[in-house]
Write a protein that binds this ligand. Structure first.
Ligand code: GUN
Length: 283
């Protein structure tokens, strides 16, 4: 058996086209243009790449982008003051502070300074708590994109065994909450988990978000399972995911490639969250 390749690029292009049409309608009927502010501190090369693609996608969707690039030694107070101004700026519907922040900055303090209704990353404690308690929330973009890929492939997830590998606040934890909200039976594995291969072999859905190149082996995959690979690891052999793609695709029913799987969905979901934020303010 050879797995179907889940085409995240195509699904993301669809979603972006639909968002673009809604942005155009908002502009022509209400004269409103959704605005997204992106804050980048320091010069982490990977972050710079992400921020550039976010800026491009924002413009292509017809939204207004506000980019704030600050030096790595920016004091925390300056950053908090900037977030405060963005909170108060009616042209800004979404605020994204690119992580990681430099070590002298308290990341949690900065993130939680973002107004919850503008928290398009869904990283504030309030949005995380809303998601965890089944309330309407801004949902982090990467897990939201993974969920869309899963729903597109599988329809209902009710009763399926899902394994999330990784427990980060950005991906693993919110992914587990989303799967639970979609009636999957969810296991979260992490670095201290025992018998990971055996757990994995029971899973109808595997979401790998560990940040270790080709960590998930082909013989861990249940035949026919759906495998979502969140990893983006730069290696000498180029970009690779957290899953041994060549081995896993011989066993899985469907699998996301890296690149071209989850990555494009993350950016499309950021636009979707920004549009939602703008629509809520201007209703
Ligand atoms: N760093 C890595 N992923 C993300 C993300 O989704 N949002 C932000 N703000 N920073 C990140």
């Amino acid at each position: 058996m050879t797995a179907d390749i889940i085409d995240g690029k195509a699904l993301a292009a669809d979603l972006r086209a639909r968002i673009g049409a809604q942005v155009a309608a908002m502009r022509s009927t209400h004269g409103i243009v959704p605005g997204l502010a992106v804050v980048l501190v320091g010069d982490d090369p990977a972050s710079a790449v992400y921020v550039r693609s976010k800026a491009r996608a924002t413009a292509e969707a017809g939204m207004q982008g506000f980019e704030h690039r600050l030096p790595a030694d920016t004091p925390q107070e300056t950053l908090l003051a900037l977030v405060g101004r963005l909170n108060d700026d009616p042209a800004v519907n979404g605020i994204l502070v690119q992580l990681p922040l430099p070590p002298h900055v308290d990341e949690t303090a900065v993130i939680n300074a973002i107004a919850p209704e503008k928290d398009v990353d869904g990283f504030t404690v309030l949005n995380a708590g809303r998601l965890a308690t089944g309330q309407r929330a801004m949902v982090p973009c990467t897990p939201l994109g993974c969920l869309m890929l899963l729903r597109d492939r599988l329809g209902s997830l009710a009763g399926l065994d899902a394994l999330v590998i990784g427990r980060s606040n950005i991906v693993g934890r919110p992914m587990a909450q989303l799967l639970l909200a979609n009636d999957a039976t969810v296991t979260v594995a992490h670095s201290r988990t025992r018998e990971l291969p055996a757990l994995c072999r029971r899973a109808d859905i595997v979401v790998a978000a560990v940040g270790r190149p080709r960590f998930v082996q082909g013989d861990w995959i249940k035949p026919g399972a759906t495998v979502i690979d969140v990893g983006i690891n730069r290696t000498d052999a180029g970009l690779v995911g957290d899953v041994d793609f060549d081995a896993a695709r011989r066993v899985a029913g469907a699998i996301t490639p890296v690149p071209g799987g989850v990555g494009p969905m993350t950016i499309a979901c950021l636009l979707a969250n920004t549009l939602t934020a703008a629509a809520r303010v201007n209703r």
